[in-house]
Design a protein around this ligand. Structure first.
Ligand SMILES: [Zn+2]
Length: 313
C-alpha cells in the first residue's frame, strides 16, 4: 500500500469504461483524462488493454498511452493483457502492473478465449516466466484476475471452491496479487463478505487482494462495502461509472469512482484523492463523450454540509 492511504482506489475507466462504449477517445483525450485524475490524487489507473486492435479499436493506442502515463509522477500505471503477446507489449511499454484475467467459470472462459481454465493458467505462467526472464522487468507487478467469481451468464452459479482453487493456482504460479471480479453484476453483499472471508482463510491475509464490482443491478457500492468489511483494501472503480455490461445492454458499468471515494473518505478511510479534482476530471472525460450515459450520485448532490474528508483531515 502506498504511504498515507488506507484504501487503494484503482481507476479502470480508461480500460473498462472505454472498451464498453462506442466513442473512441483519441490518445490526447485519454491523456487529458488520465493526467487530471492522477493530479486529483488517484494512485493507480488502468490505462489500456493490449488486445489485437481489430478486436477492440478503442484500445489500439494502449502502447502510447502507457508510455505517456508512466511519466506522470507518483502514478502506478496498470494495463490488462489477454496473453503472452499482450504481456510482451505491455511490459515493453513500461506498465508497472500487468493484469491477466481468466473466468473462473469454464463455460465463460471458453466462450471468451477458447481456452479451458487450465490452459489459461498455463498462459499465465508463461507471462510470469517472461517477466522473470528480463531483469529490467523485475519490479513489474503481475495480477491474477478472477472474472465471473460471483456468477456467470452461461453457468449461473459459480462454486466458491472453484474461486479458491483458481486463486491458489495464480499464487502458486507467481501472481503478486489477485483480483476478484463480479464481471456480470450478479454479486450481493452477503455473498461478497462470505467469499472474501473464505478467500483470506485460503490464501492468508498477507496476499494483496483487490475487488472489481459492476453496478449492473444496483448493488455495486453495497458490494464494495461488504468487501471492505471482509478486509479488502484495493477497489476498482470507474469515473462517472462509464461503460456498461455486454451481458445486460443498457445497464450501468463499474462502480462510480467519485461515489466510492466519497463513501471511503466519509467513513474515515484515506484514499489520497481530492473529490473536487475528481469532479473536474469527470468534466474533462465527459467533454469527449458523444451520447454515452454517465452515472453517479455525488456529482449531482455535492458535498454535505460539515463533511470532512479523511485525506484532508
Ligand atoms: Zn469490469
Amino acid at each position: 500500500m502506498k504511504d498515507g492511504i488506507d484504501v487503494l482506489v484503482h481507476e479502470v475507466g480508461p480500460r473498462d469504461g472505454l472498451q464498453s462504449i462506442q466513442t473512441i477517445f483519441p490518445t490526447e483525450a485519454k491523456m487529458d483524462w488520465i493526467k487530471r485524475e492522477a493530479t486529483a490524487g488517484v494512485p493507480q489507473i488502468q490505462v489500456g488493454s493490449f488486445v489485437p486492435p481489430k478486436n477492440l479499436p478503442q484500445m489500439a493506442d494502449s502502447g502510447d498511452v502507457v508510455r505517456q502515463s508512466v511519466n506522470i509522477p507518483g502514478l502506478t500505471v496498470s494495463a490488462l493483457v489477454p496473453n503472452l503477446r499482450g504481456a510482451e507489449n505491455g511490459m515493453a511499454a513500461g506498465a508497472h502492473q500487468i493484469g491477466v484475467v481468466l473466468s473462473v467459470s469454464e463455460a465463460h472462459n471458453y466462450s471468451n478465449v477458447k481456452r479451458t481454465v487450465a490452459e489459461s493458467l498455463d498462459g499465465f505462467s508463461e507471462i510470469v516466466a517472461h517477466r522473470d526472464a528480463h531483469d529490467e522487468y523485475k519490479d513489474i507487478v503481475i495480477s491474477g484476475g478472477l472474472a465471473t467469481a460471483f456468477g456467470c451468464t452461461i453457468d449461473g452459479q459459480v462454486a466458491p471452491s472453484d474461486v479458491m482453487r483458481v486463486a491458489e493456482e495464480f499464487l502458486k504460479r507467481g501472481a503478486d496479487r489477485i483480483s476478484v471480479a463480479d464481471t456480470v453484476g450478479y454479486a450481493n453483499p452477503g455473498q461478497v463478505k462470505a467469499l472474501f472471508a473464505e478467500l483470506y482463510r485460503t490464501v492468508g491475509t498477507d496476499v494483496a487482494v483487490g475487488a472489481h464490482f459492476h453496478d449492473t443491478r444496483g448493488l455495486g457500492m453495497a458490494n464494495a462495502f461488504a468487501a471492505l468489511e471482509a478486509g479488502v483494501r484495493e477497489l476498482d472503480s470507474c469515473l462517472g461509472g462509464l461503460g456498461g455490461c455486454p451481458y445486460a445492454p443498457g445497464a450501468s458499468g463499474n462502480i462510480v469512482t467519485e461515489d466510492l471515494v466519497f463513501m471511503l473518505e466519509a467513513m474515515g478511510m484515506r484514499t489520497g484523492i481530492d473529490l473536487d479534482g475528481l469532479l473536474e476530471s469527470r468534466e474533462i472525460m465527459e467533454r469527449h463523450l458523444t451520447d454515452e450515459p454517465t452515472h453517479g450520485a455525488y456529482v449531482t448532490a455535492g458535498r454535505p454540509l460539515g463533511f470532512q474528508s479523511a485525506t484532508a483531515a
